[in-house]
Design a protein around this ligand. Structure first.
Ligand SMILES: NC(=O)c1ccc[n+]([C@@H]2O[C@H](COP(=O)([O-])OP(=O)(O)OC[C@H]3O[C@@H](n4cnc5c(N)ncnc54)[C@H](OP(=O)(O)O)[C@@H]3O)[C@@H](O)[C@H]2O)c1
Length: 251
């Protein structure tokens, strides 16, 4: 699919990876809306970059834990840009809790992580599906994590949420075919991001040590793969790991 003239929503576009994805989609020819929660400055920087690439942009404030806000966000994006061809479920929330500290992972923390990282992407896919279907070439790209493939990440709840998002990718690929493809990028440590700063140090050191390419992912690596999935006409239900090549995550 040629992305020129297409329109995308990147959730969490105020963040490090979401901002890079929005910029890459704009450079590939798409108009790009983004969502954010409270980081207005990050959202404004991304919008400015999309506009500097000659593309239309808007930001919508969205707490995706709230189903009512999701419906309102759909109206804002479709009303503002006229159509939506691509949904990138990038937004997520994490907090560093060592796996062994079960007491610290309370029901409230568990629910916040699940609602943001798993239920939110499902509700967004459900709400946008009728719009993505309209032109027969819809795309959904979910941003998961290698934490969803093996048991090491910022917390047990984060790993479980990303494992759920990976399987949701496959379920939606079946449910939404043939009009919408659904794929997933699973990054390892993405150096220089706010989220990486919240990882336990042991997780960071292990990721660096185990990467056979002797480098971990950059936000630009993730963004380039999102663009590749959006351009692909015959790929759905796939998960691509970007982690510098950790043997344990090679399947
Ligand atoms: N960074 C890494 O090392 C790494 C590794 C593996 C996977 N990932 C995945 O990559 C994606 C982007 O991560 P990142 O590093 O760019 O994180 P980030 O800089 O912390 O950005 C997270 C984004 O999610 C938004 N967000 C947080 N809670 C939300 C909620 N309740 N509703 C809607 N939006 C919400 C934030 O909005 P505000 O900015 O307004 O707060 C922000 O735009 C995530 O899915 C993450 O799990 C990251």
């Amino acid at each position: 699919m040629d992305l020129e003239g297409k329109t995308a929503l990147v959730t969490g576009g105020s963040g490090d990876i979401g901002g890079a994805i929005a910029r890459a989609l704009a450079q590939a020819g798409a108009d790009v809306a983004i969502s954010y929660v409270g980081h207005k400055q990050g959202a404004a920087a991304t919008i400015d970059a999309v506009r500097a690439a000659g593309k239309r942009s808007l930001a919508v404030q969205l707490d995706q834990c709230d189903p009512v806000s999701i419906d309102a966000a759909v109206d804002t994006v479709v009303g503002g840009l006229g159509r939506v061809d691509i949904l990138v479920n990038n937004a997520a929330w994490n907090i560093g809790i060592p796996f062994s500290d079960l007491a610290a992972l309370t029901a409230d923390v568990w629910d916040r992580i699940m609602d943001t990282n798993l239920r939110g992407p499902y509700l967004l896919a459900r709400a946008f599906a009728p719009h993505l279907r309209k032109h027969g070439s819809g795309r959904i790209v979910n941003i998961a994590s290698v934490g969803g493939l093996y048991p090491r990440s910022s917390s047990i709840a984060y790993s479980a949420s990303k494992a759920g998002l990976i399987h949701l990718t496959r379920c939606l690929a079946v449910a939404l075919a043939p009009d919408i493809s659904v794929n997933c990028v699973a990054p390892g440590l993405v150096e220089g991001t706010r989220m990486a700063q919240r990882l336990p140090d042991e997780v960071v050191q292990t990721a660096r040590r185990q990467a056979v390419l002797e480098r971990v992912a950059s936000a630009q690596d993730i963004a380039a793969q999102v663009v590749t999935f959006c351009r692909a006409d015959s790929v759905t239900g796939q998960v691509l790991v970007i982690d510098g090549g950790v043997p344990g995550a090679m399947h």
